[in-house]
Design a protein around this ligand. Structure first.
Ligand code: CO8
Length: 279
């Protein structure tokens, strides 16, 4: 149970079927220590156990749909996540760094394969590992005061939490190169123009409202269709068009005859609101 987790550096809140996870290390602008990564892994591992791992392509038995979306954010007004904790990293050996990056990268795979949407609500600095954590979410909403960047080269490092891979998927290769090779920080408006942030909201309250509204819209739909759509978009992301279309075709056909598909189409024809069984 989420309520049973003993968490030091995360705050959890569940309301109306939506889970908000806030990274909470105010003294270091919510920097990611190994403990934060471990606690995020606990939360997402528990969610995977409950809702399923359908991102893996396997059918899940009786998923628990009581949580239909996750908001990932940073606590306080100043920062989402200001990157990996530099004072911890500076003492790490290569082996420790490799294990740290492996744990963190596996966490991002769990976020990407969770059958419900995960939205990053970026309310301040999203730098280094913070930008990378946001990019593992399904999409990023930002407040006006948000800023993004991959400043690792200033530390003699390079991105290690997916930045070299995902930033180019969001913004294209040229902008990704410029941002990674210069470490330049961009504001929320530029992040939106580049396609990194989907929308910019005036302040932190409006940001959380927008994230909730977006997840509520998704929660009103068939949960199994949302899960299949998330899985298919992810599977097709890195494939040539013909392979992607093949996967989409199969996933589309797999929807037919499912209880959710029968209910959704019947409700449309009968001019009523659907009541999805979630199967
Ligand atoms: N790590 C540790 N402490 C931090 C971090 C951080 N990333 N960011 C901020 N802090 C601390 C500061 O040291 C400071 O502490 P103190 O009050 O004790 O001096 C406190 O937070 C407040 O920060 P500032 O006084 O610096 O606040 P400013 O408003 O002047 O500046 C900035 C804010 C611009 C965000 C600035 O703090 C900064 O540049 N931070 C570092 C950002 C950065 O370089 N991040 C990338 C880190 S590298 C990385 O993320 C690699 C990813 C690979 C990870 C793989 C596994 C997870």
């Amino acid at each position: 149970q989420l309520a049973d987790l003993e968490l030091d550096s995360l705050r959890l809140e569940v309301a109306e079927g939506l889970l908000t996870v806030s990274v909470h290390r105010p003294e270091v602008l919510n920097a990611l220590s190994p403990l934060v990564i471990a606690e995020l892994r606990e939360v997402f591992s528990l969610l995977r156990g409950r809702i399923g791992r359908s991102g893996d392509g396997a059918a899940d038995d009786a998923p628990d749909w009581s949580i239909r979306g996750v908001i990932l954010t940073g606590s306080g007004e100043r920062s989402f996540v200001a990157g990996a904790d530099i004072s911890v990293m500076r003492d790490q050996s290569r082996d420790e760094a490799a294990a740290y990056a492996a744990d963190a990268q596996e966490l991002t795979a769990w976020i990407e394969t969770l059958p419900v949407p995960v939205v990053a609500a970026v309310n301040g600095f999203a730098l280094g590992g913070g930008c990378e954590l946001a990019m593992a979410c399904d999409y990023i909403l930002a407040s006006e005061s948000a800023s993004f960047g991959q400043p690792e080269v200033a530390l003699g490092l390079i991105p290690g939490f997916g930045g070299c891979v995902r930033l180019q998927q969001y913004v294209g290769i040229a902008a990704a190169r410029e941002l990674i090779l210069t470490g330049r920080r961009i504001d929320a408006q530029e992040a939106r123009e580049l396609g990194l942030a989907l929308r910019v909201l005036p302040d932190a309250a409006a940001l959380l409202d927008a994230a909730r509204e977006s997840l509520r819209a998704s929660a009103a739909q068939s949960p199994t269709a949302v899960a299949a759509a998330k899985r298919t978009v992810r599977a097709a992301q890195a494939l040539p068009t013909d392979r992607g279309l093949e996967i989409e075709r199969q996933a589309f056909a797999d929807r037919f005859g499912t209880p959710d598909m029968l209910e959704g189409t019947a409700a449309f024809v009968e001019k009523r609101r659907p009541s999805f069984p979630g199967a």
